[in-house]
Design a protein around this ligand. Sequence first.
Ligand code: SF4
Ligand code: SF4
Length: 96
Amino acid sequence: MAAKELPVVPSARPGTMAAADMSRLREQRPVIDMGKCNLCRECLLYCPDAALREDKNEIKVYLQFCKGCGICALECPTQAITMVGEYAGNRGFIDK
Ligand code: SF4
Ligand code: SF4
């Protein structure tokens, strides 16, 4: 059967990911150096989970929505975003 003939079925109920807590999926988190940021807002446009917001001339990460994909860091034109490991130490604790 050709791929086009397969039925299109949703993998999750519509809207369910909008309120999902992404913290447990994340292996890395974005850290923003506002000293390098020019507030171009590219990261806001590219983030697939709308986890970034501008607030009072500062870009903030809402970690409950961030899955740690790193797209924001890749797209940032000034390299203001660095992805840092979520886990550290021998026991792999989560650094909150
Ligand atoms: S790491 Fe991915 S999900 Fe998290 S803020 Fe950046 S683009 Fe959004
Ligand atoms: S893409 Fe980079 S420079 Fe632009 S607003 Fe985001 S963090 Fe700042």
